[in-house]
Design a protein around this ligand. Structure first.
Ligand code: SF4
Length: 278
């Protein structure tokens, strides 16, 4: 098997490969849909996914200029949890006064003859030149900082911005030291998690991501996508029965990421995106 020449990597696909090569193969190469939920109870997973999608839409509409009062009025019959999240956003959202804001922005950059894509919930260029990448996270709980620091998203988003963000910096290369990555949780709005970036981290990530893409390429060439040894990730993987790794999903309360259903609802058709390539 050869990795398709036009394959586009993302934080999700590289995270899947790093977590379990087989999951990457099933999801991104075989495109296997498997009728299972990542977590339980299933109805609560679906409800959370719906709330997450609604919250992202509200914030996006606000960021493109729709008046907050108008948006609030649309929530009169919404679930109380969504109303609380929205109010928390209005009270505590990141300071964006005089910032140039780009909600739902997709950037891509070449990496080892493939493309690496990042879709930002929000990119904001502050008046002092600082770039703030914001990701709204509607998970049931806020994960530990160490966990977030190790996630592909924390590496890939700043990396792609530095590699491909010239157009947002008046035609000049983006200095990694001016980039910040923020995870913002409507459930704990006063406790966003912010990660600084640097030239050193950019070099580290370039090497790391390049090696990872090479690993994926070799795995495809050899048809070798082993199952993860540690079974913990299988608890939150839709393929668990397919892989004979159990049939009971893990509890939603312990799920550190938004359910895949939410990602599916929010995901864009990459082919439809007028992405910015560098
Ligand atoms: S069930 Fe486990 S082994 Fe199978 S794809 Fe998912 S994480 Fe990998």
């Amino acid at each position: 098997m050869v990795l398709p020449k036009d394959f586009q990597f993302s934080q999700s696909s590289l995270q899947d490969f790093a977590t379990c090569p087989r999951r990457f193969e099933l999801h991104y190469l075989q495109r296997l849909s498997w009728p299972a939920s990542e977590a339980e109870p299933v109805q609560e997973v679906e409800r959370l996914a719906r709330l997450g999608a609604d919250f992202h839409r509200l914030v996006q509409q606000h960021l493109v200029g729709i008046n907050a009062d108008i948006l609030t009025a649309t929530l009169s019959e919404a679930e109380p949890e969504l109303q609380t999240w929205w109010q928390n956003y209005l009270d505590h959202h990141p300071a964006l006064d005089h910032a140039q804001t780009y909600p739902e922005l997709t950037l891509s950059t070449p990496l080892r003859n493939y493309r690496l894509l990042a879709r930002f919930d929000l990119l904001a260029r502050q008046p002092d030149g600082v770039f703030l990448i914001v990701d709204w996270k509607t998970t049931r709980r806020k994960p530990a900082r160490d966990y977030l620091a190790g996630q592909m998203q924390t590496r890939i988003y700043p990396y792609v911005l530095v590699a491909a963000g010239t157009a947002f910096n008046k035609g000049q290369p983006v200095d990694p030291a001016t980039v910040q990555m923020m995870y913002w949780y409507p459930q704990v709005p006063a406790e966003p998690e912010v990660f600084e970036y640097s030239k050193k981290l950019f070099r580290r990530d370039e090497e790391f991501l390049s090696q990872l893409v090479e690993q994926v390429k070799h795995s495809a060439q050899n048809g070798h996508f082993p199952l993860v040894e540690d079974r913990q990730p299988c608890r939150y993987c839709v393929y668990r029965s397919f892989c004979d790794r159990g049939d009971k999903a893990g509890p939603l309360l312990e799920l550190a990421e938004e359910p895949q259903e939410a990602l599916d609802i929010l995901s864009l058709d990459w082919d439809q995106i007028a992405e910015i390539e560098f």
